[in-house]
Design a protein around this ligand. Structure first.
Ligand SMILES: Nc1nc2c(ncn2[C@@H]2O[C@H](COP(=O)(O)OP(=O)(O)O)[C@@H](O)[C@H]2O)c(=O)[nH]1
Ligand SMILES: [Mg+2]
Length: 426
């Protein structure tokens, strides 16, 4: 009794995605190899244009002089002027067309092709999840090839594989129980087919309870305040830079406030991100964080800022202190902007694995975390951590970091994520 599971559904759904991706890869390859040619073409185009202008100027001037001299014959003059105008029009046309095509070319690329935002998502997800896909998913396929029959040894290796992908021990145990059940019920013996069932069941964990919203809660009026928390080095400041870039690109006015005031270099680091992205900035080194945030919010309101991103220090070593500090910060923010902070995003470094999960559990006790940003997914094969967060923490992942550049932050999209992980199997 074999049901058509999620795997098959996703497989069908993703076939168009795969096709699009193959197109994109081809186009990008061709564009790269054609960049040099394009430069050459530009150079060649520039020279005759200038020469052409010089040649054109001389006869035009002469004809104007002629017209002035011969004032008696008005009819002829008019005729001449018309011819000149026509002449100019004819000349202008190819230039405008040329200019336009140049601009278009810059915008669209050599083949008149423009990447959509969705295309960019697909490419960033694909690149950022490469490690996880190559290591975890290839090993899963290998396992299916190594064992032709489902036996105890197979189960053991599978369990190890899932644990090493950071899916989380409890999730893995639960998963293994479900799998064994399904194998028994559906009388599965073939490991190749079981590989599909495994992906199916993994997808199920991803999809289950996905009613958790990944939307950012925006203020109805006045600035939206987003507070960033998390331990040192996880990528808080970088994520703020990336978010600033994202929102500014969307046409919003953004301000960064440096609430991590004591760590050496933290304030200038944030200021640099403000400069790079074109965001407003407020910060004062070695001052009380809540005080800086207070002053920053006053300025944000004066400047009519749409989104305020606040950096904080992440000293988890002293939980009570951190809790008190965040409480004070929250009070200050709430007093200034009603219903703020609108989001408190906890940043977790995906490469720290289970450690990241325990950080999430601690921060959950300390403050009201509304979303998680999972950074450095590009640097790990442990993409399974998304599952562990869902199972153990229950806070939605809202963004993922897939690289160090400001474009490398994406809204967490379960479909793109699953595709990025499993596309080699589909
Ligand atoms: N590969 C990669 N590196 C990241 C990502 N996010 C942050 N980083 C790097 O992690 C390091 C620490 O980041 P930072 O923002 O200073 O962390 P903070 O202490 O939490 O503010 C920096 O070198 C960042 O470039 C990511 O998504 N991918
Ligand atoms: Mg920082």
């Amino acid at each position: 009794m074999i049901k058509m599971g999620l795997f098959q559904k996703f497989k069908d759904m993703f076939s168009s995605k795969k096709q699009r991706e193959e197109e994109l890869e081809e186009i990008l390859e061709q564009e790269e190899s054609n960049e040099d040619i394009e430069e050459e073409i530009d150079k060649v185009e520039e020279t005759p244009e200038e020469e052409l202008e010089e040649i054109e100027e001389t006869p035009e001037e002469e004809s104007v002089e002629e017209t002035n001299e011969d004032a008696s014959n008005e009819e002829e003059d008019n005729e001449k002027e018309i011819t000149e105008e026509e002449h100019e029009e004819v000349e202008e046309e190819p230039e405008t067309v040329k200019e336009e095509s140049k601009k278009e070319k810059k915008k669209k690329g050599f083949f008149g092709f423009k990447l959509t935002e969705k295309d960019k998502d697909l490419l960033v997800y694909d690149k950022g999840l490469e490690k996880s896909r190559k290591e975890f998913v290839s090993e899963l396929s290998l396992l299916g090839k190594k064992f032709t029959r489902v036996n105890e040894e197979y189960y053991e290796e599978l369990e190890q594989l899932l644990i090493s992908a950071d899916i989380g021990i409890n999730t893995v145990f639960k998963f293994m129980d479900r799998l064994r059940d399904r194998v028994k019920h559906e009388n599965i013996t073939d490991t190749n087919y079981l590989t599909e069932v495994i992906v199916d069941e993994l997808l199920m964990i991803y999809v289950e309870g996905s009613s958790l919203t990944d939307k950012i809660n925006m203020a109805e009026s006045g600035p939206t305040v987003i507070l960033m928390v998390g331990v040192n080095g996880v990528g808080k400041t970088t994520t703020i830079g990336k978010l600033a870039h994202k929102y500014i690109k969307e046409g919003k006015k953004v301000m960064l406030i440096a609430g991590d005031t004591f760590r050496a270099g933290a304030v200038p680091q944030l200021e640099e991100w403000a400069n790079r992205t074109g965001a407003e900035f407020f910060g004062k080194e070695n001052s009380d964080p809540a005080g800086v945030i207070f002053d920053g919010l006053v300025k944000a309101k004066e400047l009519n800022v749409d989104i305020v991103l606040i950096d904080t220090a992440g000293r988890l070593q002293n939980k009570v202190n951190l809790m008190n500090e965040l409480e004070k910060i929250n009070k200050v923010i709430g007093r200034h902007v009603p219903n703020a902070p609108h989001e408190t995003l906890l940043i977790i470094d995906a490469t720290t694995g289970q450690n990241g999960i325990s950080q999430a559990e601690s921060f959950k006790e300390i403050t009201n975390v509304t979303g998680i940003v999972l950074t450095k997914l590009d640097g790990t094969a442990k993409g399974g951590i998304v599952l562990a967060i869902k199972e153990n923490v229950g806070i939605p992942v809202k963004f993922i970091g897939l690289g160090e550049q400001m474009e490398d932050l994406r809204t967490f999209d379960i479909e793109d994520y699953i595709y990025g992980l499993f596309k080699d199997m589909m």
